[in-house]
Design a protein around this ligand. Structure first.
Ligand code: NAP
Length: 491
């Protein structure tokens, strides 16, 4: 059956930077059926030709190595544009009419909400009003992809879910978190459940603690207006960091299928111990980089955090007592996303630590999500020729060495999955709601009389000193194993 991929917000940044380049690449790799038609919908007065021209420039600019004018020209025949206002029901009727005139008369419809979240509700309502959400064997499937942010607290997330559920079934709704489309993120499950050697050690008996870092080296830049109303906790933790936490902490699913995967994620979120307001300062840190308030679009004297670190516990059989340290911030020293599994010390130390000839060390598994995608395992080795002196060494896996340097963009995989009806890498409504519950509870501590101070930090540093105190209190420290090529600095 033929499929229309309809983008609401087609003249915007996301469409040009991610959606069309991803669809082009899927076409180039011959993963799209010839019968797919892409229809951009927004108010800007493009024609098919001028929209194609704008998208051509975007693809050539954003993925220059993969741009091939011959393939683009073939692909461009599948790209169309319809001028329309999200709030005008007649424009939806024109869209339906337009689709009926297209070659192959698409009957399946995949709607993509690439607009400001404030418009989601209008699109959902109008699609329903125009009878565009009705599925049948004759009319084909109806699916909707919803961009992040999915609400800004539990109440707003529930409100969007209710609106969606009012006109669509949960199985038709695809909530995107592009982090889940990253190869390295998907590889966490393969590492854990595709190998026999890690899983037996993946628990409180062998693991001392786990760290998850998502660091950005840039400041607030062009997203200031949105970010200043949101902050790091809502912008990064509710989705990316909690998603990584769930992948690392969940139990093996009974099958590699969407519901089985989501069921295990929800169990992790439900087991996260709530941080009572009075312990807010003990288990969380918030910071703001110097100069943030003078960025364009930021409120004077804004108290929005650009950095956050939290310590959480998962109260279940596997993880009882193991701290998880999560941190994320803007304007930090390096862009890097990584998960560190820090193992316990060997139960006895038979080598000569006291004399200083041997380093007291622990095993460590570092999963580097970006920039140098790979996995490193640290273990002890004997220094040659020097009695029984030992030193930590690394066993390294780099994606670029094993599979070449061109990892596909997350959106390629996610858009294809949405077209194929695979929801494994999209968020289910209960996962979203549980994660907002956790974030809301931390935020309510931050709004209480026990709120931690808003610590300042220097742009280009690793964040406020208080974050070192948070993790250092129990004799631990933040680890940066994943660096760009040639910059490894393991401790
Ligand atoms: N950009 C990214 O890299 C990125 C990354 C992750 C998530 N997101 C999310 O993706 C969504 C879109 O982001 P963006 O950066 O692409 O935003 P954007 O550049 O501001 O684009 C917004 C789009 O919405 C359209 N629009 C606004 N009002 C409309 C109306 N009444 N009728 C029809 N179209 C309307 C605009 O087109 P007209 O003005 O021509 O109508 C424009 O195409 C947001 O939810 C954002 O949070 C974006």
């Amino acid at each position: 059956m033929n499929t229309a991929f309809i983008i609401f917000g087609a003249s915007g940044d996301l469409t040009a930077r991610k959606l069309i380049p991803a669809m082009y690449n899927n076409y180039r790799k011959k993963r799209l059926p010839e019968t797919v038609q892409i229809i951009g919908f927004s108010r800007s007065p493009y024609t098919d030709d001028s929209f194609r021209e704008k998208m051509k420039e975007a693809v050539a600019a954003f993925i220059p190595e993969q741009f091939d004018i011959k393939i683009w020209d073939e692909f461009a025949r599948h790209v169309h544009y319809q001028v329309g206002d999200i709030d005008n029901i007649n424009d939806y009727r024109s869209l339906v009419h337009r689709m009926s005139l297209l070659e192959d008369h698409p009957s399946n419809m995949l709607f993509y909400l690439a607009t400001a979240p404030g418009l989601y509700s209008k699109v959902i309502g109008r699609l329903h009003e125009a009878s565009m959400t009705v599925e049948s064997d004759q009319s084909g499937f109806r699916r909707i992809v919803v961009e992040k942010p999915f609400g800004n607290d539990l109440a707003s997330a529930i409100a969007i879910n209710n609106e969606l559920h009012g006109v669509l079934d949960e199985r038709q709704i695809y909530r995107i978190d592009h982090y889940l489309g990253k190869e390295t993120v998907q590889n966490v499950l393969v590492l854990r459940f595709g190998n026999a050697i890690f899983e037996p050690l993946w628990n409180r008996n062998y693991i001392d603690h786990i760290q998850i870092t998502v660091a950005e080296s840039v400041g607030v830049e062009h997203r200031a207006g949105y970010f200043d109303q949101t902050g790091t906790l809502r912008d990064m933790f509710q989705n990316h960091l909690l998603q990584l936490l769930m992948l690392v902490a969940k139990e093996p699913p009974v099958a590699f299928e969407a519901d089985a995967l989501h069921n295990e994620k929800v169990k992790v979120l439900r087991a996260i111990r709530e941080i009572p307001a009075e312990y807010s300062s003990r288990y969380s840190v918030r910071g703001q980089y110097d100069g943030y308030c003078s960025a364009e679009g930021v409120r004077q004297n804004s108290a929005t955090e650009t950095y956050a670190a939290i310590q959480v516990y998962i109260d279940n059989w596997r993880w009882q007592g193991v701290p998880f340290y999560l941190r994320s911030g803007k304007n930090l020293k390096e862009k890097s996303s990584e998960i560190t599994i820090q193992f316990r010390r060997p139960p006895t130390q038979i080598f000569d630590v006291a004399s200083g000839k041997t380093e007291l060390f622990t095993n460590r598994l570092s999963i580097c999500i970006q920039p140098d995608e790979g996995i490193h395992l640290r273990f002890a080795a004997k220094v040659p020729d020097l009695g029984l002196q030992t030193r930590p060494v690394d066993m390294d896996f780099h994606y670029r060495d094993s599979f070449g340097s061109n990892l596909p963009e997350a959106y390629e995989r996610l858009l294809l999955d949405a077209l194929l009806g695979d929801k494994s890498l999209f968020a289910r409504s209960d996962v979203i709601e549980h994660s907002w519950k956790i974030i809301d509870s931390i935020r309510s501590g931050w709004e209480s009389e026990y709120a931690p101070p808003l610590f300042r930090y220097q742009p280009g540093s690793w964040g406020p000193e208080a974050a070192n105190t948070l993790i250092g209190r129990e004799g631990r420290w933040w680890i940066q194993d994943c660096r760009g090529e040639g910059q490894s600095d393991r401790s």
